[in-house]
Design a protein around this ligand. Structure first.
Ligand SMILES: *Cc1c(COP(=O)(O)O)cnc(C)c1O
Length: 234
């Protein structure tokens, strides 16, 4: 039976292979282990195997895990799920990153609610790149105005962009979405030099995401196995 440590190792190998194939340095690409719905013990196992960055989608579940696992040194928590404005306070108080910022109101609340004794909250803007039906993420043309707002907020540090392209069998469609993200990322980076994160690529499309410049892939199933309850459940 494969352990979490085995699967983590093979996720890192996949990243390395894809990077080398794309002529990139594998160290430019970080692995976010997406632990939503998975028990604390699974996260401990991944931490023991050297993983430090974890992604959670649901606020209550996330803050419970952050409290339960506070003994794990160097652990870093990323909020990657949709965020409602009535939940921003606990997120600002407990997470290190929020990758799913998609409107000024959320950014402003996170800024006001980030405790002074913590480092600024690291944020990415979530872009709705191909899935018109999804309510998460903003349109590409709305990215620069929101980035301008975020850059004025002292308790937030704009790090880049995140996207979840619509699932597709077509490599061409996949490449098109990722390439659009890459273009947007370069525009953003030109204006805001601290920007260093293009978060895209999941268990099924890591290779293409890395070929198109991803600097952070978010992998759940391939590390922790299939989830027991659906991703849409809050
Ligand atoms: C669940 C989730 C992932 C991980 O998906 P897998 O298919 O399990 O690798 C990545 N990013 C986001 C935003 C997610 O919600």
């Amino acid at each position: 039976m494969l352990t979490i440590a085995n699967r983590l190792k093979s996720a890192l190998d996949t990243i390395q292979d894809s990077a080398l194939k794309a002529g990139r340095n594998p160290q430019e690409i970080l692995l976010l282990a997406v632990s939503k719905t998975k028990p604390n013990q699974a996260i401990r196992e991944a931490w023991n195997a050297g993983q430090r960055m974890f992604g959670e989608n649901y606020v209550q579940e996330g803050i419970q895990k952050i409290a339960d696992l506070s003994d794990l040194e160097g652990i870093q928590w990323h909020m990657i799920g949709p965020l409602q404005s009535n939940k921003t306070k606990v997120v600002a108080e407990h997470f290190d990153w929020v990758q799913s910022v998609d409107r000024a109101k959320i950014a402003e609340r996170l800024n006001e609610q980030r405790p002074e004794d913590l480092a600024p909250l690291q944020v990415c803007i979530q872009v709705n790149i191909s899935d018109e039906d999804s309510k998460s993420g903003l349109l590409p043309e709305e990215v620069m105005p929101l980035a301008e707002t975020i850059s004025q907020l002292p308790r937030l540090n704009l790090r880049g962009l995140m996207a979840i392209p619509a699932a597709t069998e077509s490599e061409q469609e996949q490449r098109f979405a990722f390439t659009q993200m890459q273009d947007l990322y370069h525009q953003l980076k030109q204006k805001y030099p601290q920007v260093d994160t293009l978060s895209m690529g999941m268990s099924g499309d890591v290779d293409m995401a890395i070929a198109c410049g991803s600097t952070m892939v978010r992998i759940g199933t391939a590390i922790f196995g299939a989830r027991d309850y659906p991703a849409s459940q809050g």
